[in-house]
Design a protein around this ligand. Sequence first.
Ligand SMILES: [Fe+2]
Ligand SMILES: [Fe+2]
Length: 129
Amino acid sequence: MYELKDEYLVGIESIDKEHKVLFEIADEIYELCINEFVPDKYDNIAALIQRLKDYTEMHFAHEEAYMESIQYKRMFTQKVQHDNFRRKLEEMDLEVIDENQEETIKDLLKFVTDWLVEHIMETDKRIAE
Ligand SMILES: [Fe+2]
Ligand SMILES: [Fe+2]
C-alpha cells in the first residue's frame, strides 16, 4: 500500500534508500491497522514505534551530516522539521496507546505518511537542487 514512489526520489542514492525503508515501516503500520486477526495489537504498536524511532534517528543523523558536508543553506528548516517528528514520537504515551489501540494506529499511520510525503517532497528534495 505504502511505498517509495519515483516522484518521491530526492536524487541522492543513500537518502533515497533510507526513505524507502521509512515507507516500508509505514506500510507495516498500515498492515497492522487492517489486520483483524490480532485482538491485542499493543506489543506490535510498541515495537513499530520503537523501530520508527530508531530508524528515523539514524536517517536524520545521516541526512544532517550530509547537509553539513555540503554546507547546505536550508539546514535550519530541516532540523526544525526533524525535531518536530522526533518530538511527536517521543510524546506517544504507551499507556494511552493501550487503551485506544485502533485509534492510535490510525493516527500514527496518518501522521507518518503525511509527514514523510510532505517533508520529502517539500524539504528533502531541495537538498539536491
Ligand atoms: Fe529531512
Ligand atoms: Fe529524509
